[in-house]
Each structure stands twice: as C-alpha cells, then as structure tokens.
Write a protein of this length. Structure first.
Length: 494
C-alpha cells in the first residue's frame, strides 16, 4: 500500500525546475513515478539542449509526460529553440481561416514533438470579452464564443495531427476578469446561464474534439462556488467531469500564483486541488521539491484529508495519457509555412507607407510578465535587423505622464527629441487598458505631426485610439515573423 501510494502521489504532480539539465533530485522523482515535468524559458538554451534534456528525463522513466506553455505570439517559453514562432491566437482568430489555424498548430506541435515535448499547454480558449483583461489579451482567439470555439477546435486538431496532447485552458474561463491571477484572486459574478453561453462553449467544443487535458483557472465563479475553480469540487468534478463529460486529465494552473497562495501554502493547495478533482497539481517554480510535495500528499491520505482512491484515480488518468501518447502517429511539421502565410496575409490586408529612410521606433509596451517570453527585446531590434540604420527605444510601464500629458520623467521626452527629422513608428500594446500608454501615444503624435505610423501590437481594439488621419495597422500580437514583414514594408523605397 505504501509503495503504491507513494507512486500515486508522485504521479499526481507536475513540477518545474531550474537549469538546462535535470537535477539529481528531479531524476529520482521521475524514477519514483512523478507524473509530469513542465519546461520554462529558464530550461531552454537551444533545440539540441532541449532534446538532450527530455531524453535525459525519459532515461529515468519512458512514460514521463513533458509539458510546455506554447500558445503563440509572445506567449511561449521555447523562444531560443524555435525558428518558426507560432502566430498569436488573436491573429489567427482575426484571419478566421480554421485550416490555417489547424496548420499553424500542427507545425508548432511538430516542433515540440521533435524536441521530446508531448503536452502542449494550449490553446487558451478563454473568450476575451473584457478588453481590459490584464492577462489574456492576444492569448485568446477573439471576443466571441463562436470564434474561440471554432479556432480552439482547429488548434486541438492540429496538435493531434502532430501526435502530441492538447490542453484547452483556463477552465471555466479567464476572459471576463480585470484582475491578474498571478497577483490576486479574480472573481466572476455572472449567472450559470451566462457562463454556459460564453465561457463554457469553447470548452464543450474542444472536449468534443478530443482534448486530452484541461487546465483550471484560479478564479472564483460565484454562481458555482466561493472557492477558486482550481480548488472547487463543484467546478472540477461537478461541472467539468459530470456536466461537460470530460474524461481526460485535469491539470491545475501553477499553484504558486498569488490567487492561490495569498491564503494557503503551495503544499496545502496541491492537496486541495487533487481533492477537488485535479489529476495533476502543478508547482512550476524552479525550487519545487517533488519529494516533499509527494510526502505532503501521502500525509494527507494517511490523516484522512484526502481519499486514497482519489489520488489513485488521478495518477491512473495521467498514466493512461502517457501510454496513449506513446502509441500516436505523427504528421511532420510544415517548415514554418503557416507563419509565413500569416505574415503575408497581414501585410496584404493593410496599408503601409513606404518611408525609404530608416525610422525611429518608440515601442510602448507592457512590462515583462511570467506568462509571456518574447522572441525579441522590442520593436527597435526588429527594425534594426531589417533596416540597419533604424534606431529606437523600448519604454515600459514606469514611464508615466502627468495628468496634463507632460512627461513625468524625461524618457518619453528624450525619445520624442531623438525622433525629430525622421519617420516615427510608435508601437503600442494593449493601450486601451494602460492609461500611461494612451497618454504617451497622444503626446508623441502631437509632437511629430508628419511621417508618423502607429503599430498596434496588442489586441486590435487599440486601433480605435489612433487619431483620425494618422496611418496605423494592427498585428494582434507580437510575432517576430509578422513584425519583420511589416518592418520591410515600412522601410521599402516609395
């Protein structure tokens, strides 16, 4: 009983770690039955290293599941190892070609498969019904349940074509919040009927399409429970399992997020989430101790807090998924053709002035965030690569303006001065939810009346903020291939 309980407890955990090779304690945990490992940017140097890392882990136990967040746009942890980054979900939804979405997902998933990664923690099927949402942004395919459902299904199908597992998230839906669950606990006060019509529709569709895993959200849905969905038996078991009929693996989002750990320890959250119905409790921090976490789950079983059969059921579902992954056929990748097609359509669908001269680029962007890891440092890097004479600066949230629109510090003023006499490209990212960015955009446009172009790199709703008569375009996300194509358009000869 004890040996099996230990293996089952380990099998209900997915953990992160630090470094580009597997630490000895992680390798021992894998050998002892650890359910899954999740990779982050901190674990990725290049493609050869990632392939060697996953092989090293599986030398301890072949049926280990290796997962990574890989949603598209800037939402990936694979940047150093992937030459063909996936377009953002919002851009795919805006183009609204489900065949292209399916091909894009297949190409991205085939890259993961070649590196030994077999669980793609995507797609995000949150309906971004609140543009002020601080965390979903271009991770969502769109603002309606119909668009998100159709493209979520196509994405799952593409991932399956590549032979790996897909994970729709964040259940029941993260699209209508104004609080980031990395920093606090969001709450959705909508009726059961409203949630069913909007948030749940894409999950129903992707579950019907064969979703392997569903990730929970750290959000209170008051119509169902007063606990976060991740810790709610009513949501995970009653709603997801029994009402929606999902029979695959339920994983939590990272339990160290403040929405969860403001009121409890990670260890207690792991026990509570498994008790609520999760099959994988995720602890993504690089300092996770899988042996200690396993011991905490075992202790909860022995003191009667957690039923042994619930732990056994969780581990069995994870093992069944791992077994099925070893039997799947795989189609090859498409060599970056989908993202080249996306870039061509973005350029063909919008109008860009031809400056000829290398512009000055002011990139007004959101601060760095745990959920995304860009493939580049900012828009000036992209333009310099395409037009060597280009220059620019990246300004993040610390560069505020006063209520009268004047720079509070000199960063924006210096940037405006450096741009004088040159074409100016101003990039914004989710300016609609960012007051300092809106003020900076207005200030910069007023001070540069000629040869100015605004590139909206976040949600396309930002384009409504651009004054009439000022040329602009939208990329619905920050994909390096798309941005390079636009940079070539703007720097071409008239």
């Amino acid at each position: 009983m004890s040996d099996q309980l230990d293996r089952d407890a380990a099998g209900a955990l997915v953990v992160g770690f630090s470094g580009t090779s597997a630490p000895d304690e992680l390798r021992r945990a894998v050998a002892d039955g650890l359910g899954a490992v999740i990779l982050f940017t901190r674990n990725v140097a290049d493609a050869e290293q990632v392939a060697a890392l996953t092989a090293q882990l599986r030398s301890e136990r072949p049926d280990l599941i290796v997962a990574i967040d890989h949603e598209g746009g800037e939402f990936s942890h694979l940047a150093p190892a992937n030459p063909w980054p996936l377009a953002s979900p919002r851009l795919l939804g805006d183009l609204d070609d489900v065949d292209l979405t399916r091909a894009a997902a297949r190409d991205a998933a085939a890259t993961l498969a070649a590196l030994g990664i077999d669980l793609m923690l995507a797609p995000s099927v949150d309906v971004n019904s609140n543009p002020a949402n601080p965390i979903i942004s271009t991770r969502s395919f769109g603002r309606t349940a119909d668009v998100v459902s159709r493209h979520g299904v196509a994405f799952v199908e593409g991932v399956h074509d590549a032979g790996i597992a897909a994970c729709p998230k964040h259940f029941p839906g993260h699209g209508d919040v104004s609080v980031d669950s990395h920093t606090d606990l969001p709450r959705v006060d909508r009726s059961v009927a409203e949630v069913g019509a909007v948030e749940l529709a894409p999950f129903r569709a992707t579950i019907a399409a064969g979703a392997d895993v569903v990730m929970s959200a750290h959000i209170i849905f008051s119509a169902y429970d007063d606990q976060p969905a991740t810790l709610s038996h009513r949501v995970l078991t009653g709603l997801l399992r029994e009402e929606l009929g999902f029979t695959g693996v339920i994983t939590t989002d990272a339990l160290e997020m403040q929405a969860i750990t403001k009121n409890r320890s990670i260890e207690d959250a792991a026990v509570a989430s498994i008790g609520a119905g999760a099959d994988l409790a995720m602890i993504a921090v690089g300092t996770a101790d899988p042996q200690a976490l396993t011991a905490r789950v075992v202790e909860a079983v022995r003191n009667g807090t957690l039923p042994a059969e619930r732990v056994a059921d969780a581990a069995a579902r994870v093992r069944a998924l791992a077994t099925s992954l070893g039997r799947r056929s795989r189609l090859p990748g498409l060599g970056g053709a989908p993202i080249r097609e996306v870039a061509a359509r973005v350029v063909a669908g919008q109008t860009f002035p031809a400056y000829g001269a290398a512009p000055y680029v002011i990139d007004l962007t959101q601060g760095l965030h745990p959920a995304w890891n860009p493939y580049f440092s900012g828009l000036p890097e992209i333009f310099t690569r395409v037009a060597p004479g280009a220059e620019g600066v990246v300004l993040r949230g610390e560069h505020h303006l006063t209520d009268t629109g004047e720079p509070q510090d000199d960063a924006i003023a210096k940037a405006a001065k450096a741009a004088q006499g040159r074409p100016l490209v101003i990039a914004v990212q989710d300016a609609g939810r960012t007051p300092w960015m809106r003020a900076a955009l207005e200030h910069l446009i007023q001070g540069h009346p000629d040869n100015v172009f605004v590139l909206c790199t976040g949600i396309p709703e930002d384009q409504a903020l651009v004054p009439e008569g000022v040329p602009s375009a939208t990329t619905s996300g920050r994909n390096v291939i798309v941005l390079e194509a636009i940079a070539r358009q703007l720097t071409r000869e008239p």
